[in-house]
Ligand binder design. Structure first.
Ligand code: PEP
Ligand code: CO
Length: 459
């Protein structure tokens, strides 16, 4: 086959020759093959021109001309594929992006961890409770979370159910956006009571009121509503973990002479599967999508340089995003060396900070949480370190929800460990709630060193 993919030995299934970490053990291989075959006959969820448009936006962010906001659930769940939950997620992403656009004075590229974020890596294959040992819950794409033998057996039909829900989610998101979704500058639409609890209350009030004034100006000047002047694109992303799922919708587009993963715009490689000799890197090297790789404490400079060489051999702009997730305490020690290692390669990358995954801890009663102060500390360190090293931090990757959950402690309302039980809904990692996520957006807006905003900055 002489196709213009890196290495003529690549094929959507060539990863199968290698050791694939974090894959479920299905009881019946023929059942799995049937489900993957069924999936491959369904239409794609995204198109190659959308994928290429995102790659161009990421290339802009690499040049310092845009900022990426990537956010959503740690693990989407089938039960929360509901109108309310999708609307809430869209609302928080749009509002955050508006605040960030205002502060940073650059276009903000919105990427949801959504419409396919259904498969999770786990630290152990087996979970033991008392006398009973069962397969770990690996996300709704694989098995179910209740601790019973029937729920925990990996079920290939869930692959199809997940794909259908991913399509429903993105379909609804697209319709909401095309319809204008909501009047973003209407005061009732912003839930801003929390601002009064923040030490930064005055500054935050001023940000919100300036945004409102700017939007009014823009709408009066153009004679059209904001959503008619600006198309609020939202792109989809998920961890490309379940390689059968990714492979099934990987298509060769004659027109482009390239393979595309059409389950999502932006798949990323998780920290646990970023081994340069492993099956995930093999799969990812052959697709044309813009891709991310999680890196952090434990990623060596040579490993990172090898990943860049294999995943972006032609130094294509927009292709590679490095999402670093160290933890507030280790970023200082680990990040500068990786920035230097990348610089030596001369390759274009987008640097994105994930201040969530290095800051997970357990409370005394074993509840997984993250402290808001650690999240903001890591983010502030990331901005400062990149700045000091003449590098550009071009995005943030967050686990968040538009709902009023209590999963991370701290924030303007000072949630404590005791508050967590009140509304803890995540089945995997703790997410920022609406208010905490808005507070992060305000903090990022405050990173801007520019002078006061002008209404035309929003155009
Ligand atoms: C995640 O993003 O949910 C995740 C598992 O992250 P990481 O690969 O960085 O641990
Ligand atoms: Co997570």
């Amino acid at each position: 086959m002489s196709r213009s993919v890196p290495g003529s030995d690549w094929h959507p299934a060539s990863w199968q020759k290698l050791d694939a970490a974090q894959q479920p053990n299905y009881p019946d291989a023929a059942d799995l093959d049937r489900a993957i075959g069924d999936l491959s006959r369904l239409p794609p969820i995204v198109t190659s021109w959308e994928v290429d448009a995102l790659k161009a936006h990421i290339a802009k962010a690499q040049r310092g001309e845009a900022f990426v906001l990537q956010g959503g659930d740690c693990a989407e769940s089938f039960d929360y594929c509901t109108s309310e939950s999708i609307v809430a997620k869209l609302k928080i992403l749009l509002q955050m992006s508006l605040v960030m656009l205002y502060g940073l004075k650059k276009p903000v590229v919105r990427i949801g961890r959504m419409a396919g974020q259904y498969a999770k890596p786990r630290s152990a294959d087996i979970e033991t409770r008392g006398e009973q040992a069962l397969p770990s819950y690996r996300g709704d794409l694989v098995n179910r979370s209740p601790f019973t033998p029937a729920d925990r057996i990996p079920d290939p039909q869930l692959i199809l159910r997940g794909y259908e829900r991913a399509a429903l989610t993105l379909n609804f998101v697209r319709s909401l956006i095309d319809g204008g979704f909501a009047d973003l500058h209407h005061p009732e639409y912003w839930d801003l009571d929390w601002v009064g609890h923040s030490k930064m209350a005055e500054k935050y009030r001023q940000i919100v009121s300036s945004i409102s004034t700017s939007l009014d100006f823009l709408e009066h000047a153009s004679g059209r509503a904001f959503h008619q002047t600006q198309k609020a694109d939202i792109y989809a992303a998920h961890e490309g973990l379940h390689l059968g799922y990714e492979q099934a919708q990987t298509r060769y587009l004659e027109r482009r002479k390239q393979w595309y993963n059409l389950t999502t715009h932006f798949p990323w490689i998780g920290m646990r599967t970023a081994n340069v000799d492993g099956a995930h890197v093999e799969y990812f090297r052959g697709i044309a999508n813009p891709i991310g790789v999680k890196i952090g404490a434990g990623t060596s400079r040579t490993q990172l340089q090898d990943l860049i060489r294999v995943l972006n051999p032609n130094n294509e702009p927009g292709r590679l995003t490095l999402i670093h997730r160290f933890g507030a305490k280790t970023i200082e020690e680990g990040l500068p060396d990786l920035i230097r290692a990348v610089r030596e390669t001369g390759a274009p990358v987008l640097w994105v900070c994930d201040p969530m995954h290095g800051n997970t801890e357990s409370t005394a009663d074993g509840t997984k949480t993250r402290r808001f102060g650690n999240i903001t500390d890591e983010l502030e360190s990331a901005f400062r370190i990149h700045d000091e090293m003449g590098s550009y931090l071009g995005g943030v990757h967050l686990e968040l929800t538009g709902e009023n959950v209590t999963e991370c402690t701290g924030g303007a309302r000072g949630l404590t460990d005791g508050d967590l039980a009140r509304a803890y809904k995540s089945m995997v990692d703790p997410r920022l709630n609406y208010e905490q996520a808005m507070e992060i957006a305000m903090m990022i807006a405050g990173q801007s060193r520019g002078k006061g905003p002008r209404p035309q900055d929003l155009i």
